[in-house]
Design a protein around this ligand. Structure first.
Ligand code: NDP
Length: 330
């Protein structure tokens, strides 16, 4: 059946300015790392993207290696774009990245100009796009000069293959240096994509300050700690959850009693606030306007509905914030 986007799609989503740029991003964005690969159910992925867009999620995040197999998430997203979202291309912010192993040999990994330029060309072909909105360097490369990697990002913008560029997984000092080089090249860094959740707060140790000073936006990945910060693991490991699946990034052993004690206490607070634990975890990452967007993943349409509900109760009292600190440090 032909997809027609909901007329209400802009009724309730919040859009935040990305640093000191002209671009607004939805407070909640959808990532296609899991559940969109060649081994996943295509129709489920399509339903997730359609539901997200109907709720005002205009930003979809990919990378060259998302799958499995690597590249297949971009192929599937390209099909969804062609079959469902083509009329809405100008309403979408599509990102992809290069930086992890993608093809064999010395040119399919890390941060050389050779790798970044070829990889974006491949991504565009897989998605059937002329350009992406944001192209990221996925992780810092300790051996390639930062000047070369940043020059590659600048080149791709000048070639019209990306509108904006971003950094991912760069630590504060590395980010500062890269942002400076991009500024000198005349292609300002739009955004940084770090991991950030109640269970992983490394960005608070300098990175967020750098981004604020430099006017660079931020999009927090794995804001639900890959699903841990939801109610799903409180009573065991459901068979259809990420921890029960083949993902090497979340294993059953990661769910232990000390963690469950914290999760139960957080769940009690969330229920007192009249929201789910997932909603509270997302609202917490967005607190204080330092984070432009939270980048969620989803395996079910109902999860997207739940997550978007976070915006209905996004403020915290000082007492609630303090209680969260106590729970997390317990
Ligand atoms: P999350 O922390 O949001 O975890 C998503 C998972 O949590 C879902 O797949 C689902 O897992 C579960 N979930 C989501 N919502 C709910 C809900 N409301 N109730 C119960 N369970 C829920 O993010 P991800 O780890 O998936 O990462 C998100 C995106 O971030 C990626 O798709 C990617 O775009 C980006 N990313 C970037 C990286 C980088 O290096 N730049 C690295 C990692 C991610 P389940 O399958 O168990 O249902």
């Amino acid at each position: 059946m032909t997809y027609t986007a909901s007329k209400e799609r802009y009724a309730s989503m919040q859009y935040n300015r990305c640093g000191r740029s002209g671009l607004m991003l939805p407070a909640i964005s959808l990532g296609l790392w899991h559940n969109f690969g060649g081994t996943d159910c295509f129709e489920n992925g399509r339903a997730l993207v359609q539901r997200a867009f109907d709720l005002g999620i205009t930003h979809f995040d990919l990378a060259n290696n998302y799958g499995p197999p690597p590249g297949s998430a971009e192929i599937n997203f390209g099909r969804i774009l062609k079959e469902d979202l083509a009329p809405y291309r100008d309403e979408l912010i599509i990102s992809t990245k290069a930086g992890y192993t993608m093809w064999p040999g010395p040119y399919g990994d890390w941060g050389s100009k050779k790798y970044l330029v070829s990889s974006l060309d491949q991504s565009l072909r897989r998605m059937g796009l002329d350009y992406v909105d944001i192209f990221y360097h996925h992780r810092p490369d300790p051996r390639t000069p930062l000047e070369e990697t940043m020059a590659a990002l600048d080149l791709l913008v000048r070639q019209g293959k990306a509108l904006y560029v971003g950094l991912s997984n760069y630590k504060a000092e590395q980010a500062k240096a890269a942002i400076q080089i991009l500024k000198e090249l005349g292609t300002p860094c739009l955004i940084h994509q770090p991991r950030y959740s109640m269970l992983d707060r490394w960005v608070e140790d300098g990175l967020l300050e750098v981004l604020e000073e430099e006017g660079v936006g931020s999009i927090a990945f794995s804001p639900l700690a890959k699903g841990l910060l939801t109610s799903k693991y409180l009573k065991g490991i459901p068979a259809d959850s990420r921890a029960a699946g083949p993902s090497v990034f979340l294993k059953a052993e990661d769910i232990n009693e000390p963690l469950l004690i914290k999760l139960r206490a957080l769940q009690d607070l969330a229920l007192e606030r009249g929201q789910t634990l997932a909603q509270m975890a997302l609202a917490w990452v967005l607190r204080g306007d330092r984070i432009t967007s939270v980048l969620i993943g989803a395996s079910k349409v109902s999860q997207i509905d739940d997550c978007v509900g976070a915006l209905k109760r996004s403020k915290f009292s000082p007492e609630e914030l303090e209680l969260i600190e106590i729970i997390l440090s317990g």
